[in-house]
Write a protein that binds this ligand. Structure first.
Ligand code: TA6
Length: 287
């Protein structure tokens, strides 16, 4: 099917009626719903579905660079490219997809990409939806035959929440984090749970699984990660929201980005080497 901008997308569904929608533009998951059709991911009402704009919502893939420190544009180019169906994905070591609905997409650099990032890579993305409605993003990035290259990566996941002031995040206590609001200075999390009263823009380092509790919505999101040690936590709050054309002034109240990522220690691949990163999202309603 096509998204609002006429760009191809794939809709995955499971026997219970849960679904996930993946756009070929950016290989971006734009929707993930429960059996009852409840939308779990946030997309801004002002999102611009027109290449080369990144789409403000769902799960943009930040690759080969997270952030704006480096030679590339903010968050790299992968989220602005048209991905293709991967016709013959190499078999997975452990059959990660039995009983799941899934799609395999692939991104290879264009001539233009190679001018700004001269590394021949293959980025294979498998998005799958399990019978329980869990959403898994499995990335396999390979250095085809170029000299060694390094990259950072984040699955920039916009969770839909009901009221940011009623949300708490667990799993980050006692961790160190880099604070993007203080020149990425390193701090240690003192709180026993993370709550939100103002703009937060941090990269927590070496975290294990993370849970997001949306008290008002009576819903919990669980983020399980493999190969993605870091967690980005971002809410723009009021002032920054007003500075983003593709984001409503009040929308910061209904979203929270919690991204599985590898940022602190970029991954280096020699020719022929492959890196795998896996993010599994699940949710529980406590209503
Ligand atoms: O989430 C971390 C961050 O780098 C924030 O500083 C903010 O810029 C956000 O990503 C969104 O970036 P984008 O390029 O999608 O507007």
């Amino acid at each position: 099917s096509k998204d609002r901008n006429g760009i191809d997308q794939i809709v995955l569904s499971n026997p219970r009626g849960a679904s996930a929608r993946v756009s070929f533009y950016g290989g971006q998951v734009l929707s993930w719903t429960t059996d009852q059709g409840e939308e779990l991911l946030f997309t801004s009402s002002k999102a611009i579905f027109k290449p080369p704009n990144p789409v403000r919502g769902g799960i943009p893939i930040c690759f080969p660079q997270f952030g704006n420190r480096g030679a590339l544009e903010q968050h790299g180019f992968a989220r602005k490219k048209i991905w293709l169906i991967d016709e013959n994905p190499p078999p997975l070591p452990h059959n990660d997809s039995n009983g799941k609905a899934y799609v395999d997409l692939i991104l290879r650099p264009s001539e233009e990409d190679l001018k700004i990032w001269p590394h021949s890579f293959e980025f294979r993305l498998r998005v799958s939806l399990s019978a329980d409605g869990n959403l898994t993003l499995l990335s396999r990035i390979r250095n085809i035959n170029s000299k060694p290259f390094s990259f950072s990566i984040a699955y920039h996941t916009y969770f839909a929440i009901s009221d940011i002031s009623e949300v708490r995040v667990e799993g980050l206590e006692t961790l160190d984090y880099l604070d993007n609001l203080c020149q990425r200075e390193r701090f240690t999390e003192q709180g026993d749970t993370l709550t939100f009263e103002s703009e937060v823009d941090r990269v927590y380092l070496s975290s294990s699984d993370v849970a997001v509790f949306d008290h008002e919505r009576k819903r919990t999101f669980l983020i399980r990660k493999e190969g993605l040690p870091d967690v980005v936590v971002w809410n723009p709050w009021e002032k920054k929201s007003k500075s983003m054309v593709d984001f409503g002034d009040e929308e910061y109240k209904q979203m929270l980005c919690i991204d599985g990522a590898e940022i602190e220690k970029p991954i280096t691949l020699k020719p022929g080497e492959e890196w795998t990163g896996r993010l599994e999202l699940s949710t529980v309603s406590s209503s």
